[in-house]
Design a protein around this ligand. Sequence first.
Ligand code: SAH
Length: 289
Amino acid sequence: MPTSATREQLISRARRVYAKKKLGQNFFVDPERLQRIVDSLDLNPQDHIVEIGPGLGFLTEVLAETGNQVTAIELDRELVDNFRSRLPANVNLIHGDFLDFDLLSLNPKPTKIIGNVPYQITSPIMAHVFGEIGEPSAWYSNISCVVMTIQLEVADRLIAKPGSKAYSHLTILKEYLFDAEILFKVPPLSFFPVPEVTSAVVRLTPLAKPPVEPTDMKMFRKVLAAGFKQRRKMIKNNLRFLKINEIEISKIMREAGINPSARAEDLSIRQFAVLSDAFSELTVENSGS
Ligand code: SAH
């Protein structure tokens, strides 16, 4: 049934449930793209895959055909019961919240993650999978590949370059923890119910090591948070918490080769690290004298 399921068959199955908007329930009813998503994982036979939010199992069924072991975590009890009745043998379906699921509780440990995820919680999902800046998740080094369908606008933020509108705190998180590529776009009609936005399938790959190693991680995180809180403001005006006067900040920026009137969205992760190091040196000096 799964390989031969047509778009019409998937839609008719999706029509039989009430889709909960609050849980981001838009079911993926495009068989050709479902196959491309699964292919994007580059599976080895021993890979154990975790799927985020299987819903009615449309992606899971294509995934299960690879013969790989799959653990699917779904929050909605009704959908768990629905899918349970025709669960493929190599799929373990768990009723739970992915956002507080301990991936290392699984045996064997999962190696890849996939999901057409609820868009309201895309950023928390990425934080749960990869961790935070300076604090990779406990399973970070076990995961070799993550393929997710997300809103195109968020995908654009992941791959944004400094100076562009899409460049944001999420871009920096990505720069620090993983590599991202947009594989292909997904039109609204690939889903039922049809969402308002265009989506994109992205492949995220954890980095072997972070690109910068700021001396004071707390300072680095604070500078980033302050900078992006009001991204249209000049960064020197966002750094009041440092209790360093503006002239001093401008001087540090100039010495670091950064335009003193730069905004957070203009700075690369390396420049943020340079600034953070200069600030921590100065605050140590100040507290020492
Ligand atoms: N993957 C399916 C369904 C996509 S809709 C498909 O491609 O057709 C998103 C799914 O995520 C829904 O089934 C929703 O109930 C589930 N979900 C929402 N929040 C979740 C959470 N915190 N943990 C696990 N699943 C969640």
